[in-house]
Design a protein around this ligand. Structure first.
Ligand code: UD1
Ligand code: CA
Length: 492
């Protein structure tokens, strides 16, 4: 049996505003911090309190926002705001849309799409207080040093909340009030519906203010109260890119701190950036300048960094990843990557394997204990176990039109600068000589050599580069050797 949902009747996320101060072709709420759009953070917090319905109100860049929301949270109702401006109107159209599905009773929560640090815990606390006190409206507030621009919380002599005054509509005395409206509330659905019917646009901005609901609810005999949070970041919105960066840095500070408390060593928290979606095990060590993005996960005892950026990479237990740029890859347990390594999508490195300095890999599966230690490219390839790929080896996987596969067996030893001209297969235990160009399959256990015999043209440099430093030194060496016993003719 599915347990009955005890969450609020609905959460309404307001996101119709223009966000012009971002100066961006991307809608404001699609800008990201911590690897997730601002509206993505807002939707997660909203979902976490398990509302029976979730609606988001859109208007500016409607299609872009709606498309993004549909991807993140397909069951969220997308509601279009009409020409009537204001937060009150936004909530009114959402209520109408939600009521068409189910007559709303109980608690309706309103939040903003551009307040990304708000947590589900604080929302849950707001709802719990609202329901425990049987309030008509409970508003989330914060006390700020500079309250400019915000709606101010009006309280009576006994401290009870009597209303909210918008900055533009307030008197000089009211502007001294430092307790501000966050714009996040819990409402009784019936009170909200009733009050919104009475809200006018008779104010400095000619908008339907949601804030007017507080006064109307009191007039109708309802109790209005506030939950004051000491954590101002949770109610802070991002209106421009300066605020976006500040919120991003604070979110990261919180994410890094939470991982340290969970048993991760972070040597330099200020240069370590961890997306909200990353997962880390106990006893992971992150060295300075490490950035972990997307679905990246790091298992126990692994060391990542310094100077490493990983996106959607799975790092196995005890692995080391040094000065590496990687995406869409799997690094096996106790494997070693770097320094200066570029892992592209589809790289799968087996247990105790190695991809060393100045290697680029893509779409390659590397078996247990196999090593690609220095300087090369491996793409569209499969390499068995305990194989050693020599320095400077390259898979020539692209013929100018199509990509082809290279299959290399287990226990293989390749000479420096071997080139695999795909499609080609190398059997188990095979060797190749330095500089081999492997155009034909190599059977198991064979030695593949493809180089022509070396030819030395004696005296070429003094004859063809007269007057050069090389010619001068060569001539001296030749003169010197002709006066001593003849050396071996080998290599002639
Ligand atoms: C609003 C509050 C103010 C509060 C402040 C907190 C009102 C009247 N005022 O002011 O008391 O201190 O938020 O940030 O509510 N939106 C819509 N449709 C609209 C207008 C706004 O969906 O027609 C959305 C915006 O996208 C935004 C949120 O509502 O997410 C707030 O809008 P904004 O214009 O920033 O409100 P403020 O005037 O700052
Ligand atoms: Ca605002």
């Amino acid at each position: 049996m599915i347990p009955e949902n005890t969450g609020p009747a609905a959460v309404i996320v307001l996101a119709a505003g223009a966000g012009t101060r971002m100066k961006s072709r991307t809608p404001k709420i699609l800008h990201e911090i911590g690897g997730r759009s601002m509206v993505g953070h807002a939707l997660l917090a909203a979902r976490s309190i398990e509302p029976r319905q979730l609606a988001i109100v859109v208007r500016h860049e409607r299609d872009l926002v709606a498309g993004h929301v549909a991807e993140l949270d397909p069951s969220a109702a997308i509601v279009d705001q009409d020409e009537v401006p204001g937060t009150g109107r936004a909530v009114e159209v959402a209520l109408q849309a939600l009521n068409a599905k189910e007559e709303l009773t109980g608690t309706v929560v309103v939040t903003y799409g551009d307040v990304p640090l708000l947590t589900g815990e604080l929302l849950a606390e707001l709802v719990a207080t609202h329901e425990r006190e049987a309030n008509a409206v409970t508003v989330l507030t914060a006390v700020l040093d500079d309250a400019t621009g915000y709606g101010r919380i009006l309280r009576g002599a006994d401290g009870t909340v009597t209303g909210i005054r918008e900055h533009k509509d307030s008197t000089d005395a009211e502007r001294l009030i430092r307790e501000v409206n966050s714009g996040i509330y819990a409402f009784d659905a019936a009170v909200l519906r009733e009050a919104l019917g009475k809200v006018t646009t008779d104010n400095a901005q000619g908008e339907k203010y949601l804030t007017d609901v507080l006064g109307l609810a009191r007039e109708a005999g309802g109790r209005v109260a506030a939950v004051v949070t000491a954590d101002r970041w949770q109610v802070e919105g991002a209106n421009d890119r300066v605020q976006l960066a500040a919120l991003g840095a604070e979110l990261n500070r919180r994410t890094v701190e939470a991982w340290m408390r969970a048993g991760v060593t972070v040597v330099d928290p200020s240069t370590t950036w961890i997306d909200s979606s990353v997962t880390l095990d106990e006893d992971v060590r992150l060295l300075p300048n490490t950035q972990l993005h997307g679905s990246t996960s790091v298992a126990r005892d692994a060391v990542v960094g310094p100077d490493t950026t990983l996106t959607d990479v799975e790092v196995g237990e005890g692995a080391t990843v040094v000065r590496t740029h990687g995406s869409g890859s799997v690094i096996g347990p106790r494997a070693a990557v770097g320094p200066f390594t570029y892992l592209r999508p589809g790289t799968v490195l087996g247990e105790k394997g190695k991809i060393g300095a100045f290697y680029e890999t893509k779409n390659v599966t590397i078996g247990r204990g196999s090593k690609l230690s220095h300087l090369g490219y491996a793409g569209d390839a499969e390499i068995g176990e305990d194989t050693n790929i020599g320095c400077g080896n390259i898979t020539a996987n692209y013929d100018g039109e199509k990509k082809h596969r290279t299959v290399i067996g287990s226990g293989v030893r390749t000479g420096s600068n071997t080139v695999f001209v795909a499609p080609v297969t190398v059997g188990d235990g095979a060797y190749s000589g330095a500089g081999a160009v492997i155009r034909k399959d190599v059977p198991a256990g064979a030695l593949a050599l493809s180089i022509a015999a070396q030819r030395n043209t004696e005296g070429w440099v003094p004859a063809n580069r007269p007057g050069s430093r090389s010619a001068e030194l060569a001539q001296a060496a030749i003169n010197n050797s002709s006066s001593t016993p003849a050396s071996t003719e080998e290599g002639k």
